[in-house]
Design a protein around this ligand. Structure first.
Ligand SMILES: [Zn+2]
Length: 191
């Protein structure tokens, strides 16, 4: 194998790992839940696909919005029920601006209620305010499907921390017998 072919294969391998599909649970009625970790480079983007409500958690930085939109388009997603912005840093909410500006229908945007002076945050919150906004608070539960729910573990309101990362929305996805924890940039003391 020549060098360029090897590099190409390595890139292909990395790409296939980064965008792998992880089926987490299925119920008797076939209600599947799939968690997609979208490769956005810096930051995170996670898409939870259930038989009923779909959830997008963050979308990387603004330069990643086309990656996220292409990914959702490949899944034929036209409707996101819950958009979670874990915290106000640009590498988490930047890409959400493009999603909010797209043709995708978004029912509800969940925020931690901590503002930021950045232009990215201003763009994000201005668009988010055209939707129903819910302030995340520990103990809230969102029923996504018969076998799947999402529970907010962080933050408490009023917010406990000065640090943006520590106030990140942390949610636990329970899908059948399997659970996932999505932590934003929360450090140990927030978790
Ligand atoms: Zn952060």
């Amino acid at each position: 194998m020549n060098k360029s072919a090897a590099v190409f294969l390595a890139v292909l391998l990395v790409a296939s790992i980064a965008v792998c599909f992880i089926p987490v649970a299925s119920s008797q009625n076939g209600a599947n839940v799939t968690v997609h970790f979208i490769d956005v480079g810096q930051g995170d983007s996670i898409f939870i696909d259930t038989s009923n409500m779909d959830v997008l958690i963050d979308a990387g930085s603004s330069s990643a919005s086309s990656t996220v939109l292409d990914y959702l388009d490949d899944l034929n997603i036209t409707h996101i029920h819950l958009m979670i912005a874990t915290h106000a840093h640009a590498d988490h909410i930047g890409g959400l601006v493009g999603v909010l500006n797209s043709a995708i229908i978004i029912d509800e945007v969940i925020v931690n209620n901590q503002t930021h002076t950045s232009a990215t945050y201003t763009n994000f919150i201005t668009l988010a305010q055209t939707h129903t906004i819910t302030v995340a608070q520990r103990g809230q539960t969102f029923i996504l499907a018969e076998t799947a729910n999402l529970t907010v573990l962080n933050p408490t309101q009023p917010l406990e921390f000065g640090d943006l990362n520590d106030n990140s929305i942390v949610v636990k996805l329970q899908a059948g017998n399997t659970s996932f924890l999505f932590t934003g940039d929360a450090e140990e003391d927030a978790e």
